[in-house]
Design a binder for this molecule. Structure first.
Ligand SMILES: [Zn+2]
Ligand SMILES: [Zn+2]
Length: 281
């Protein structure tokens, strides 16, 4: 499987608008790979995109991607869906204001996510209805697994998450990738499909030291309900026995630069950057 991490950032891009911190200033000065945009992944060959952050149009252009057929969604937090308009931008025929049939995208949506998707509206009503009625997209709901040719996708709901959050497992030709970008606590680590993956793409959780202004997360802080600490995540990855771990969804407020993350890398643990190519096996 060949992948590209289109966006390695989280809900705060780097540089964060108007921010004058050292991390953001350095990103403005040095550009790529110090800059980070919102969380998204592309699987080549299957032409599958996972999530549509605000910068998705720019990300697709930047990587020279010229074929896209399916979009899969992990959950509906704004940092993962605020670029939904890319669907219309890709498929619109300005002459008819309808979708060009060959450019129509298929949206793969876990069934439990579907009812919540209906709550996302525009002035034209529910966004999904608008996309479907205009011929820009078709929705394909699925329960736990769906196949795209040789690619098998398994959706695993983060236990107790509501609105639901999904972790995806991608399997093809004997290779297995686990994609867990956001709000993954409690991680469903007893599920066989997430154990011993060839590649684990996962958010690092919260860093407890080195934050701006020496902020320390108190016990009971709201972020602790959906985020592990970085040490917890390292221990989780160890228990899962992933061959390779790549950290994604790297927030501006972790207050770490591209070079800081590089210095933390080991043989099998790396930190993503925008445009990072990955090939498994
Ligand atoms: Zn900043
Ligand atoms: Zn997120």
């Amino acid at each position: 499987m060949e992948l590209t991490v289109l966006g390695s950032g989280g809900c705060m891009p780097i540089p964060r608008p108007l921010c004058n911190c050292g991390i953001c200033r350095e990103a403005r000065e040095k550009g790529h790979p110090f800059r980070r945009t919102g969380p998204s992944l592309f699987i080549h060959g299957d032409n599958l995109l996972i999530d549509t952050p605000a910068e998705i149009g720019t990300q697709l252009n930047r990587e020279g991607i010229c074929s896209l057929s399916h979009i899969l969604f992990t959950h509906l937090d704004p940092d993962h869906i605020e670029g939904l308009r890319v669907i219309e931008q890709i498929a619109l025929d300005f002459r008819t204001w309808r979708g060009i049939p060959e450019k129509r995208l298929t949206l793969l949506i876990p069934r439990a996510l579907m009812e919540h998707f209906g709550e996302i509206t525009t002035v034209y009503g529910p966004w999904l209805d608008f996309l479907e009625d205009s011929g820009f997209a078709v929705c394909r709901e699925f329960d736990s697994t769906i196949r795209l040719g040789e690619l098998k996708i398994t959706a695993i709901r983060v236990p107790g998450s509501n609105p639901p959050v999904f972790i995806f497992v991608f399997e093809k030709q004997g290779a297995r990738i686990v994609y867990a970008p956001c709000d993954i606590k409690p991680f469903p680590e007893s599920r066989q499909q997430v154990r011993h993956p060839d590649l684990l793409l996962i958010q690092p959780g919260m860093f407890e030291q080195g934050l701006a202004g020496d902020f320390r997360y108190p016990e009971g802080h709201v972020s602790r309900t959906t985020l592990y600490t970085y040490d917890d995540t390292l221990a989780l990855a160890e228990r899962l026995k992933a061959d390779r771990v790549v950290f994604i969804h790297l927030e501006e407020y972790w207050h770490r630069s591209f070079s800081d993350y590089m210095a933390m890398e080991t043989d099998n643990i790396t930190f993503a950057y925008d445009g990072m190519p990955l090939a498994i096996p």
